[in-house]
Structure formats: structure tokens, C-alpha cells
Design a protein around this ligand. Structure first.
Ligand code: GRG
Length: 306
């Protein structure tokens, strides 16, 4: 595995266990929740994910002068919504995957019905956590609205729908120019992957009371990071080590999906991801050294091998 930069290692060592402990507390549900449902939710949520999105929430709050505790409910909510999307994406009706976060997928372990319900429950719980625990109430309402938009029909679910409807097939672009293939690919991924990364940054900033100028810098950073994240995900799909990545690889290229390496080749995809990370880090300049944690995550995204 690539060793993270020392700065990232410090942030992660300090923050990741706190995120995991808060996720565990929020899913330590009352007796009214059926035990099997609780187990399926916690199995997927507490599995060893990278926690990139909650780290972005907390580091974005830090970049805007806020402490981790103010933004922790938003960090957990984003991870719950992300985990719901992974559980549903793995279902037989979607990507039909057996392995996730190095373990059997939720439906392989608990059956399809419980996996669907565990995803539904995590989605609802994420919004409850923001609505109840982000202060003041007006900020909580804004965070709920922004998270709903990022997870909803015009972003995450819409991008997934386009993907399921075959809009990411290579054959669709064979007659078209590589440029139009890139536009389509970037549009789907901006919604499917980018929106949840962008909203993670916005929620951290909102919880810390950031002004419009800081939000705008974080939006520019988020757009670059989201796309670079997807390019590295595509690169891992073609050249990663399955045991390290913890999910089935080669599936996108094998299923004829349009991918960045498929369109640009491996070397140009790597260069494009590097350019995006440089551009994203430049956008953080107005936030000064308080944004160093975010820059470290950006470098990690570039170098990640899981
Ligand atoms: C089912 C509504 C719905 C959406 C599914 C998340 C998703 C949309 C699809 C997953 C497949 C995929 C290729 C997504 C793009 C990149 C991505 C989101 C990877 C998974 O996120 P990581 O790498 O995973 O941050 P961990 O496990 O570390 O959290």
C-alpha cells in the first residue's frame, strides 16, 4: 500500500478512530430496530472503508476555523449516505458484486431484502443525524437540503441511473469524437462521484460557519478532487491489486464501460489526475495553512492504491 504523506498520517491517525467511534454510537440503535437490520447496517458501515468523505467534512471544517466535533454529525451522515449507495450499487440488479471493503457484500452476507433495507435505513438515519445534531437549526436545514440534492435525482441517483441505462457504454461513443465521450464521462461522474465529494466539503464548511468566498474556494477544490478521484478509481480498476483494493477489479473495462484510461490511455489519465489535483490545491490558496489537511487528502487520492 502507498504510504500516506506524514501530514495525512497525522490527520488520519487522529481523526479516523473518532469518525469510527461516532459512526458506531449513531448506529447503536434502540431496541425497536430489529437486531438483524442493525447488524447489517453496522456490518457495511463499520467495515474498513477509507473514510475519505468524512475526513473531507472534518478537514473542510478545520480549513474554515471549526473544530471536528461541530462537523462530526455531518461527517457521519455523509458516510451513511455513501455506504447506502455502495450497498445498493452492489445488488444483483445493479453491479452484482460479491466483495466490498474486503468482505462479502451486504446482500451476500444478509440476503437481498435485508441489504436493501439496510441501505434504506442508513440513508434515512444520515438525515436524522444532521437534522438533530448540527447546530444551529438553520444550518442543519441547509445541510439537509444540500445533502439531499447531492444524493438525489440530479446527482448521485441520476448519475447511477444514467450508468444503469447504459449511458457509460464505450459503444455509444465509438461514432462520436473523444471530446464528446469525455464530456459525457465527466458529466456522469461529476454527479455519481463528484457531488458527494463536493457536498462533504460544503457541509464541513457550513458547520464551521464559513462565508461565501471560502465555500467558493472549496467548491473549486471539490470539482477537481471529485474528478481526480474517479480517474484514480478507473486506473485502479485496470491496474490495482484486488486483495488490496478489497473489491472486484477489471469489471468496468470488461463490461465495455467508458472509462478515463479507455478514453485517454493510462499515461494521459495519470497526468490529467495530477493536473486536477494541482489545480484543486491552487484553489485552496485563500484558505492558507488551515487547508493543509485537505491538500494532504488530495495528494493521497492521487497516490492511493485501495
Ligand atoms: C446505488 C444510488 C446508488 C449509487 C451508487 C457509489 C456508487 C453510486 C457506485 C459505486 C461504484 C463506483 C465505481 C463508484 C465511483 C467511485 C466510488 C464512489 C468508489 C467507492 O468509494 P471509496 O473508494 O470506497 O471511497 P470506501 O469503501 O473506501 O468508502
Amino acid at each position: 500500500m502507498t504510504h500516506p504523506t506524514p501530514l495525512l498520517a497525522q490527520c488520519v491517525e487522529h481523526l479516523r478512530p473518532r469518525i469510527d467511534s461516532a459512526l458506531s454510537q449513531y448506529t447503536d440503535l434502540a431496541a425497536d430496530c430489529p437486531a438483524e437490520l442493525r447488524e447489517a447496517m453496522r456490518y457495511s458501515l463499520l467495515a474498513p472503508g477509507k473514510r475519505i468523505r468524512p475526513l473531507l467534512v472534518l478537514l473542510s471544517a478545520q480549513a474554515c476555523g471549526g473544530g471536528p466535533e461541530t462537523a462530526m454529525p455531518a461527517a457521519c451522515a455523509v458516510e451513511m449516505v455513501h455506504t447506502y449507495s455502495l450497498i445498493h450499487d452492489d445488488l444483483p440488479a445493479m453491479d452484482d458484486d460479491d466483495l466490498r471493503r474486503g468482505r462479502p457484500t451486504c446482500h451476500k452476507k444478509f440476503g437481498e431484502a435485508l441489504a436493501i433495507l439496510a441501505g434504506d435505513a442508513l440513508l434515512a438515519l444520515g438525515f436524522e443525524v444532521v437534522a438533530r445534531h448540527i447546530q444551529p437549526a438553520a444550518v442543519a436545514a441547509r445541510c439537509c437540503a444540500e445533502l439531499a440534492a447531492a444524493a438525489g435525482p440530479c446527482c448521485l441517483v441520476g448519475g447511477q441511473a444514467d450508468d444503469c441505462l447504459g449511458k457509460l457504454r464505450r459503444s455509444d461513443s465509438e461514432d462520436a469524437s473523444p471530446e464528446s465521450g469525455m464530456v459525457r464521462l465527466e458529466s456522469i461522474h461529476q454527479r455519481k462521484t463528484g457531488a458527494m465529494i463536493a457536498v462533504s466539503l460544503r457541509l464541513g464548511a457550513l458547520a464551521a460557519g464559513a462565508d461565501a468566498a471560502r465555500l467558493a474556494s472549496l467548491d473549486r477544490f471539490g470539482r477537481c478532487l471529485g474528478l481526480a478521484f474517479q480517474i484514480t478509481d478507473d486506473l485502479l480498476d485496470v491496474r490495482g491489486a484486488e486483495a488490496e483494493v478489497g473489491k472486484r477489479l477489471g469489471k468496468d473495462s470488461n463490461r465495455g464501460k467508458l472509462t478515463f484510461p479507455g478514453l485517454l490511455g493510462i499515461d494521459r489519465s495519470v497526468r490529467r489526475a495530477e493536473e486536477l489535483i494541482d489545480e484543486g490545491c491552487d484553489a485552496l490558496a485563500p484558505l492558507g495553512s488551515q487547508a493543509d489537511g485537505l491538500k494532504a487528502v488530495a495528494r493521497y487520492v492521487l497516490e492511493r492504491n485501495l
